[in-house]
Design a protein around this ligand. Structure first.
Ligand code: AMP
Length: 430
């Protein structure tokens, strides 16, 4: 099947060629013809499957058929869970629609609302928005959604996880009843099914990968390690294996900040991205990561959802997520659109239960790869394992002094890993 077979216009075919896409991805091959037929879609598509183009291309083609009105009102609404995803989808909309005369805009919180109001006033055809800010516009009456023809819920599962259900319902109540609905979700739950039942009209169900399954293109490993030595292991992997680009997940915002600082001290350029950062700081960090100025982006689950970084080769779970579904989303950041990727999890003994849950969801065991000198303490030395993080966190200043003197001895800008490994290995064997 080629893009031509999908019924796309010559303008869009030219754009697709410019994008460098040679053939439609499975979700595109299945969804595009159905969207052209006017059907509602329930798409079970994982991240990285090309689902954005699957809904963007037919929407753009349909909307560009009609001559633009003088006072344009939005005719397509795409709701996303995060600001980053909204910005990214809008960017895709802009590049897929570059040969048309449609206007598209992104709308999310954390930034000044006035430029958004101005853009609505000037007229837009496509709005990509997070629910909270869009509701704000509706309440201020700065946007009119009564002309909406297409509603897309992107990453609907995450929107529900983030508690957007009431906002979504309020937004939907302002839309015309006659419209086409497209809903995409990487994972399925009862609440997703319920939302689909109330929102979609006899939808075509499209499933491009098995539900709740991690993408096949991602090689996954577990590295057992003591909790207090995770950063040391991460730094050594980044350095020794000469990783150019790695996305690291931590469970908490503080954890992301702390790890970023520690990596910088280890001489590794890093930036953090999470909900406590201003939108401009998040955009900056992402940009620096995308154009190679920082090698390591440390993120929490919410902030990282929807990030699309071309050919991202490595994802590291510094902490395992509490919800096993988040593991699937995290590792979906790599292995995108047919590229191979590696996802590593640094797992300490306290996280064994989380690992069991993840493996149950994946329905497979993740290969355990022990790294010399970093093996987790055996279960019998549990007290030792528990003590270690306390010592590391109790006196950071002292620890830094130790690092500094060690680095001056080794002549490097980072503390001597080799020395520590040796000591570890000896005690590990004892
Ligand atoms: P998405 O799942 O929509 O976030 O897309 C993931 C990545 O796949 C993006 O970088 C797209 O540019 C890319 N992509 C989308 N469709 C195709 C295609 N047919 N061939 C190659 N890459 C694609």
């Amino acid at each position: 099947m080629s893009f031509k077979d999908l019924g796309l216009s010559t303008e869009l075919l030219a754009t697709i060629k410019l994008q460098g896409y040679t053939k439609p991805s499975p979700i595109q091959a299945q969804a595009i013809p159905e969207i052209f037929k006017g059907r509602d879609i329930l798409g079970g598509a994982q991240t990285g499957t090309g689902k954005t183009a699957a809904f963007a291309l037919p929407i753009i083609q349909n909307l560009s058929k009609n001559k633009p009105q003088k006072h344009r009102k939005p005719r397509a609404l795409i709701l996303t869970p995060t600001r980053e995803l909204a910005a990214q989808v809008n960017e895709s909309m802009c590049s897929y629609g570059r040969k048309t005369r449609l206007y598209t805009t992104e709308v999310y919180g954390g930034v000044n609302i006035n430029p958004q109001i101005k853009r609505f006033r000037n007229g837009v055809d496509i709005v990509v928005a997070t629910p909270g800010r869009l509701l704000d516009h509706l309440q201020r009456k700065t946007v009119d959604l009564t002309q909406i023809e297409f509603l897309v819920l992107d990453e609907a599962d995450r929107m529900l996880d983030m508690g957007f259900i009431n906002d979504i319902r309020k937004i939907v109540s302002t839309l015309p009843k006659k419209r086409q609905n497209l809903m995409f979700s990487a994972t399925y739950s009862q609440s997703i099914k319920k939302l689909a039942d109330t929102l979609l009209n006899n939808p075509v169900q499209i499933e491009v990968a098995k539900r709740n399954m991690a993408t096949e293109m991602v090689t996954q490993y577990v590295h057992p390690v003591e909790r207090g030595r995770k950063r040391e292991l991460l730094s050594s992997l980044i350095r020794d294996e000469k990783w150019e680009q790695v996305l690291v997940f931590t469970r908490t915002k503080n954890g992301a900040n702390r790890l970023t600082k520690q990596l910088m001290k280890d001489g590794i350029q890093a930036a953090a991205i999470h909900g406590n950062k201003s939108q401009s700081a998040r955009t900056q960090a992402l940009l620096r990561f995308k154009n190679g100025k920082v090698r390591t982006l440390v993120a929490t689950d919410v902030a990282a959802r929807g990030l699309d970084i071309n050919l991202l080769p490595h994802v590291v779970n510094f902490d395992l997520p509490n919800a096993p579904e988040d593991y699937v989303h995290r590792i979906g950041r790599t292995g995108r659109a047919g590229q191979n990727g590696v996802a590593l999890s640094l797992v300490c003994s306290e996280e064994q239960d989380l690992l069991v849950k993840i493996q149950r969801l994946l329905n497979k065991k993740i290969t355990v790869k022990k790294i010399d000198g970093f093996q987790a303490e055996p279960a019998t030395t549990k007290t030792k394992v528990n003590k270690r993080p306390k010592r590391y966190s109790a006196s950071p200043k002292k620890q830094n002094r130790k690092k500094a003197s060690s680095s001056s001895r080794s002549g490097g800008s980072v503390f001597s890993l080799a020395g520590q490994n040796k000591t570890r290995r000896v005690s590990g064997n004892a």
